[in-house]
Design a protein around this ligand. Structure first.
Ligand code: G6P
Length: 588
C-alpha cells in the first residue's frame, strides 16, 4: 500500500527510482509518479495504472540532468486513482510523496484555503505539502517540525525543496527507512526497494526528521540530533526474484516445505522456547485478513487442547470496541508485515491497558516486532505476492506450536508431536506436487460464479482462508460456511454444478459433515472433498495423509492455495497483484 523511494547522490536517479518502484509494486497500487530535481528545476511525471505505463512516459520525456529524486506508488484513499491525485505533489517550493492518511486534512485544507491556497487535487497529501510550504521560511527542519505538530494520522513523507541540494523525510505510524549507499543516500518504504543498491539501512523512528545529502545524513528529533545504528539487511536479491516460476505466488507456495523446516527447527529440540500461556485466563487473538484466519485455527487448538478460552477479532473492530480485560488476558497479534495499521493500533490498545502482548511476525524490523512484549518470528523470508501463502502456513505452524506447548503444561498425558513435526515439511512437499489434481479441480471451477467451502470446527477455520484465497486472486465470489449452517439460507444459492469444497479432518464430526455434503450434492453441487480419511461422496475426492490434529490444517492449506492459484491462472488474472488489494495495509 503506497510505496516511497527517494535518492540523492552521484548518479542520475531515473533507474534507481524506477527499479525501486518495481520492487514496491507488491504492496499494491493504482497510480505512480516521480519527481526529479536539480538546482534550477523540478520535473514531475505521473501515470495511472502500472509502473510500466509510467516507465513509457518517462522514456518519452527528455529528463533534466540531476542527482536527486523521489517516487511513489499510490493506493487511492482521498480521491480516486487519477493523474492529478497521483504523487508527487507540489505546492510552492515543496514537492513531496506520502504514505498514510492525514486525518485532519479537511480542517487543514479549509484553513489553508482561507489563506488563499488553491488545491489541485483531492488528496490529503497535497494538504501536507501546502502546510510545509506555509511554514517554510529559511529552515526546512523547522518547517517540517511545525507541520508535524499539526498533522494528525499516519504519514511517511519524502520531501524536496526547490533550490536545495538536500532530501528530507519524516514518519509517524507509517514505515520508512534510510538507505546508506556508496553512491548516495536513499529513503524507502522498505529495504526491498533499495536492496539492489545497498543493504545498509537505518530505521527511522516516530517523528524523526532526516536530512540527506549526497553522502551524509542527519536525524533530528525535538530539535536535537539523534544517533542511530546502521543495520545490515539480510534480504537476498534472489529471494525477490521469480526465478523459473511464472508467478511469485507459485514460487512462494513451493518454498513452503523449506521455510516450514527453518521455522520449526529450533523448537524441535527445545519446546520450552515457546512461551507457556497457561497462566492466562483468556487469550485475545487480533489480526487482519489471512492472519486473522490463523487466529481461528489457534482458537480451536487453545480451547480444545490447552483449555484456555480464546476469542478472535479483526483488528479494525478490536481497536474501537470496549474490550473486557476482566480476566488475566494475553493479546496475541499476528502479522506478516508487522506494519498493518489496525493491528498496530490493537497492540497499542492492549499495552495501554497493561495487558501482556505476544506477536507472531515475519518482518523482524517491523513496528509490531519492536513494540510487542514478546515476539515469535516465522522464517518466511520476503513474501512478494500480495496474497499470502508461505507466511500464512508458517503462522499456522507457530500458533499450533503455541497451543501445543500450553497443552503439554496443562496435560501431562498430552501426546508428543515432535516426530510428526519432523515429517511435516516432506508431507507438505508431497501435497504441493499433486499439481495435476489441482488443475483438474480448477477446470471445473474457473467459469463458475460462486464457490462454497464447508466444514465444521477446525475445518471451518481452514475454509475461511481457502475461500479468501480463491476470491482475492480469481475474483470468483466464494464463501466459507459452517457445514451445518448452510441450510439456514445460503443453500438456496446451490444450483446445478455449483462447486462446493468440503473439508473433513476430524473423525468426531466426519459423519455430520458428510450429511451436509450430501445435502448440497442432492441439489446439484459439484462436490470436491478434502479429507484425511476415506471419503468417497465427492465428484472429486482428495485424501491427505493422517497427522496430529495440531498439524492437520498445515496439510490442507497448500491444497486450497494451489486450487485458487490454478483457477486464477485459467482466468488469466494478475495473480501476484490482484486489483484493489495491497500487501501491507498501512492505513485504517
Ligand atoms: C492485506 C494482505 C493480506 C494480509 C493482511 C494482513 O490485506 O493482502 O494477505 O493477510 O493484509 O497483513 P499482515 O501483514 O498484518 O499479515
Amino acid at each position: 500500500m503506497c510505496g516511497i523511494i527517494g535518492y540523492v547522490g552521484n548518479r542520475h536517479p531515473e533507474e534507481i527510482l524506477l527499479e525501486g518502484l518495481k520492487s514496491l509494486e507488491y504492496r499494491g497500487y493504482d497510480s505512480s509518479g516521480i519527481a526529479l530535481k536539480n538546482e534550477k528545476e523540478i520535473q514531475i511525471i505521473k501515470s495511472v495504472g502500472k509502473i510500466s505505463q509510467l516507465e513509457d512516459k518517462i522514456k518519452a520525456t527528455k529528463l533534466i540532468d540531476c542527482n536527486m529524486g523521489i517516487a511513489h506508488t499510490r493506493w487511492a484513499t482521498h480521491g480516486g486513482p487519477n493523474e492529478v491525485n497521483a504523487h508527487p505533489h507540489r505546492v510552492g517550493k515543496i514537492v513531496l510523496v506520502h504514505n498514510g492518511i492525514i486525518e485532519n486534512a479537511k480542517e487543514l485544507r479549509e484553513e489553508l484555503e482561507r489563506k488563499g491556497i488553491v488545491f489541485q487535487s483531492e488528496t490529503d497529501t497535497e494538504v501536507a505539502c501546502a502546510l510545509i510550504n506555509e511554514y517554510y521560511e529559511d529552515d526546512m527542519i523547522t518547517a517540517i517540525d511545525k507541520a508535524v505538530e499539526r498533522l494528525k494520522g499516519s504519514y511517511a513523507l519524502g520531501i524536496m525543496l526547490e533550490g536545495s541540494n538536500k532530501l528530507y523525510a519524516v514518519r509517524k505510524d507509517s514505515p520508512l527507512i534510510i538507505g546508506v549507499g556508496k553512491d548516495g543516500m536513499y529513503i524507502a518504504s522498505d529495504v526491498k526497494a533499495i536492496i539492489k543498491e545497498t543493504n545498509q539501512y537505518i530505521l527511522l523512528g516516530e517523528k524523526e526528521i532526516v536530512e540527506l545529502s549526497n553522502h551524509s545524513y542527519k536525524i533530528i528529533k525535538d530539535k536535537k540530533e539523534v544517533l542511530k545504528e546502521v543495520l545490515t539487511a539480510d534480504v537476498s536479491k534472489e529471494a525477490q526474484e521469480k526465478g523459473n516460476y511464472k508467478h511469485f505466488m507459485l514460487k512462494e507456495i513451493m518454498e513452503e516445505p523449506i521455510v516450514l523446516e527453518n521455522t520449526i527447527k529450533p523448537y524441535l529440540d527445545d519446546m520450552n522456547l515457546i512461551p507457556d500461556l497457561t497462566c492466562y485466563e483468556q487469550i485475545h487473538i487480533v489480526a487482519c485478513g489471512s492472519a486473522m484466519h490463523v487466529g481461528f485455527i489457534g482458537k480451536q487448538l487453545f480451547e480444545e487442547k490447552a483449555k484456555i478460552p480464546c476469542s478472535v477479532e479483526c483488528a479494525s473492530e478490536y481497536r474501537y470496541k470496549d474490550v473486557l480485560y476482566d480476566r488475566k488476558t494475553i493479546v496475541i497479534v499476528i502479522s506478516q508485515s508487522g506494519e498493518t495499521a489496525d493491528t498496530i493500533a490493537a497492540l497499542r490498545k492492549a499495552k495501554e491497558n497493561h495487558i501482556d502482548t505476544l506477536a507472531i511476525v515475519n518482518v523482524k524490523t517491523s513496528t509490531i516486532a519492536r513494540e510487542s512484549d514478546k515476539t515469535l518470528f516465522i522464517e518466511a523470508g520476503p513474501e512478494i505476492a500480495v496474497a499470502t501463502t508461505k507466511a500464512y502456513i508458517l503462522q499456522v505452524a507457530m500458533i499450533s506450536l503455541l497451543a501445543y506447548r500450553s497443552a503439554l503444561v496443562r496435560n501431562k498425558e498430552e501426546k508428543r508431536i515432535e516426530n510428526e513435526l519432523k515429517k511435516l515439511p516432506r508431507l507438505v512437499e508431497e501435497i504441493i506436487n499433486r499439481r495435476d489434481t489441482y488443475l483438474k479441480i480448477a477446470k471445473k471451477i474457473y467459469q463458475e460464479e460462486n464457490v462454497f467451502f464447508i466444514g465444521r470446527l477446525m475445518d471451518y477455520a481452514i475454509c475461511l482462508e481457502g475461500s479468501l484465497k480463491l476470491k482475492e486472486i480469481s475474483y470468483i465470489h466464494s464463501e466459507a460456511y459452517q457445514a451445518g449452517e448452510l441450510k439456514h439460507g445460503t443453500i438456496s444459492l446451490i444450483k446445478e454444478n455449483t462447486p462446493v469444497i468440503g473439508i473433513i479432518t476430524n473423525e468426531k464430526i466426519k459423519e455430520k459433515t458428510i450429511s451436509n455434503m450430501e445435502e448440497v450434492k442432492s441439489r446439484g453441487a459439484f462436490l470436491i472433498t478434502i479429507s484425511n480419511s476415506k471419503v468417497d461422496c465427492g465428484d472429486i475426492n482428495i485424501t491427505l495423509p493422517k497427522i496430529s490434529e495440531y498439524l492437520e490444517p498445515i496439510l490442507v492449506v497448500p491444497t486450497l492455495q494451489l486450487i485458487a492459484y490454478e483457477v486464477a491462472k485459467l482466468r488469466g488474472c494478475d495473480i501476484d497483484k490482484p486489483k484493489n488489494l495491497a500487501k501491507s495495509v498501512t492505513v485504517e
